[in-house]
Design a protein around this ligand. Structure first.
Ligand code: SAM
Length: 274
């Protein structure tokens, strides 16, 4: 039988491809990966379109319990892992494909649009993006400088940088899991998820600039904030960083683009979003 890895697009239940929908309908178990990205609709919308139950898969299920929950069952049955955006838009899923192949499980990937190409709408040439980077919530005031260094390197080559912003989907603590193991009626408590905003991402970059002082992120440099690409109410604003800090981008998900050297057509395109 088969392990289907299915990209379901960026916004809602209708973004799945016909191929994806056909595959889902043939599956005995359908998992929705829900920690590297989110859809704008609840899983019950997916369930009514598919006519099947959808199980929300935690990071532990996809990364630590993959053998038990996805790979082994796919030896006998059809199993789907649904991924918001495209399957290969997050590094985790290439690893899953590799592990399934090692177990001789048939894997069928079904592609969809990803934030990595949806940013094309901004008007900066996709071919002129350098390395993509992720900005994470600072931990105990620790600010990893990787995104700053990546932007610096990309800029030195004239390349644009796509900065993906952190998603913290808190899993229940060990104590909570123990309580629920002892009492089947106990529902473990979790913290609400946190999605980094454009403002928070820019503040992290400014903080690193204040420490390193290498002139990579200056408040009057232009940057582009994007939110909910692919959704009807998407938002894109191109402005100096100082101004972007005051823009309300609304509901998640957000990303930031730091432009490299601009061609005049790219400059013209950006004027649509000023
Ligand atoms: C791991 S990445 C994307 C994974 C997804 N599989 C994909 O292919 O789009 C998740 C990050 O991408 C960005 N992102 C995803 N979807 C977005 C959207 N529709 N609009 C803006 N940014 C988005 C956010 O910064 C989010 O935290």
């Amino acid at each position: 039988m088969t392990l289907y890895l299915i990209g379901i697009g960026l916004a809602d239940e209708k973004d799945i491809t016909l191929k994806g929908l056909e595959a889902v309908k043939s599956c005995d178990y359908i998992y929705l990966e829900h920690y590297t990205s989110i859809l704008g609709v609840d899983k019950n919308k997916l369930e009514s379109l598919y006519g099947k139950e959808v199980i929300v898969a935690s990071r532990d299920l996809v990364e630590k319990e993959a053998e038990e929950k996805l790979i082994n069952p796919a030896k006998e049955k059809n199993v789907a892992l649904l991924v918001v955006g495209d399957i290969f838009g997050a590094t985790t899923h290439s690893d899953l494909m590799l592990r399934a192949k090692e177990e001789d499980v048939k894997v069928v990937p079904i592609f969809n649009v990803s934030v990595l190409n949806a940013v094309g709408i901004v008007g900066l040439e996709l071919y002129k993006y350098g390395k993509t980077t992720s900005i994470v919530f600072p931990d105990d005031d620790w600010y990893p400088s990787t995104p700053y260094d990546v932007i610096k390197q990309n800029k030195s080559l004239g390349l644009h940088t796509l900065c993906l912003l952190d998603i913290k989907v808190a899993e229940p603590s060990k104590e909570e899991l123990l309580k629920s193991a002892r009492d089947p009626n106990y529902v473990p408590k979790t913290m609400p998820p946190r999605y980094m905003t454009v403002k928070q991402g820019l503040e992290v970059l400014i903080h690193i600039e204040d420490e390193k002082k290498e002139g990579v992120i200056l408040k009057d440099d232009f940057a582009i904030g994007v939110a909910r690409l692919g959704h009807d109410d998407f938002k894109i604003v191109a402005a100096p960083i100082e101004e972007l800090l005051n823009v309300d981008f609304g509901a998640p998900l957000h990303s930031i683009i730091i432009p490299g050297t601009l061609h005049h057509i790219e400059e013209e395109s950006l004027s649509m979003w000023k």
